[in-house]
Design a protein around this ligand. Structure first.
Ligand SMILES: NC(=O)c1ccc[n+]([C@@H]2O[C@H](COP(=O)([O-])OP(=O)(O)OC[C@H]3O[C@@H](n4cnc5c(N)ncnc54)[C@H](OP(=O)(O)O)[C@@H]3O)[C@@H](O)[C@H]2O)c1
Length: 256
């Protein structure tokens, strides 16, 4: 089989960098996307040398609505076999008091970009009857999230979207997997301004462990994977608990 190519968004840090490492270790060429070109270049160089693969850097701000089409355009001669929509960020604060511009960026990065990239790369995968898409959502997808309302809603969107497209492509040779991590030790909490929250101080997983679970589920063609036994157990409870009670619970977790 020809050497495969994986496109990983948000590859400059955290879970995305770990997913890129797993793809490279399996001999995949890489296209690494994020804003920080320098960090991407260091990772690309390290992985190319360590695994004898080609690793290309495409620096892009996925909050820019034209970014997905520009990425697709630059990859016209590079069939993408694995698309990993991992880039994302959180935003804390009472919805009424927070800046709309920040919410608009979150909508682009967490929802529009993964949907648009899927729209652009899926037809080629279907034509070749081969491909894997991995979307990184969150356990936040299963519950309402006061004081991080848009973030939780964005992950609920990504979960529903991924499960729907997974069903649409059944039997085509292409699979869609959605990974739902719980708290994970990355730059996420600092970037979201929630390092002091109960959520950030509770039990957490390493980015490598989360990425490993997501990567294996993607290769197995599973539709959904919740990272970690504890999170799977908690989300079983969330499915049957009253939504109002869940909102009260996450409200306390998200507040300092
Ligand atoms: N950490 C957790 O507790 C946790 C839990 C559940 C789900 N998740 C999800 O896991 C995914 C990865 O997050 P992480 O925990 O690994 O966080 P992280 O360490 O902060 O990494 C986030 C990645 O996304 C990229 N990114 C952010 N904004 C971007 C933009 N506008 N354009 C392009 N790339 C952008 C960042 O790169 P640049 O800054 O270089 O652009 C970085 O590579 C996210 O979707 C997050 O929502 C995280």
């Amino acid at each position: 089989m020809a050497q495969q190519t994986a496109l990983v968004t948000g590859a400059s840090a955290g879970i995305g960098a770990e997913l890129a490492k797993l793809c490279a270790a399996d001999g995949c060429n890489l296209v690494l996307v994020a804003r920080d070109a320098e960090r991407l270049a260091v990772l690309a160089g390290d992985l190319a040398r360590a695994h004898n693969i080609q690793a290309r850097v495409l620096a892009a701000d996925l909050a820019d609505p034209v970014a997905p089409a520009q990425i697709f355009e630059q990859l016209q001669s590079t069939p993408i076999d694995i698309l990993i929509n991992n880039a994302g960020f959180g935003l804390r604060g009472a919805f009424a008091e927070t800046d709309w511009a920040a919410h608009a960026r979150l909508i682009e990065v967490n929802m529009t970009a993964p949907a648009h990239l899927t729209k652009l790369f899926l037809p080629g995968m279907l034509q070749r009857k081969r491909g894997r898409i991995l979307n990184v959502a969150s356990t936040a997808a299963f519950v309402p999230g006061p004081f991080m309302a848009m973030y939780y809603a964005s992950k609920a969107f990504l979960l529903s979207f991924s499960e729907s497209i997974a069903n649409e492509v059944e039997g085509t040779g292409v699979t869609v997997t959605v990974l739902c991590p719980g708290p994970t030790r990355t730059e996420f909490f600092e970037r979201a301004g929630i390092t002091g929250s109960k959520l950030s101080q509770g039990p957490s997983m390493t980015a490598a462990d989360v990425a490993g679970e997501g990567y294996r589920a993607m290769l197995a063609g599973k539709t959904q994977v919740i990272a970690g036994a504890r999170n799977r157990w908690l989300m079983r409870g969330a499915r049957i608990a009253p939504r109002g009670m869940l909102a009260g619970f996450t409200r306390r977790l998200n507040l300092e």
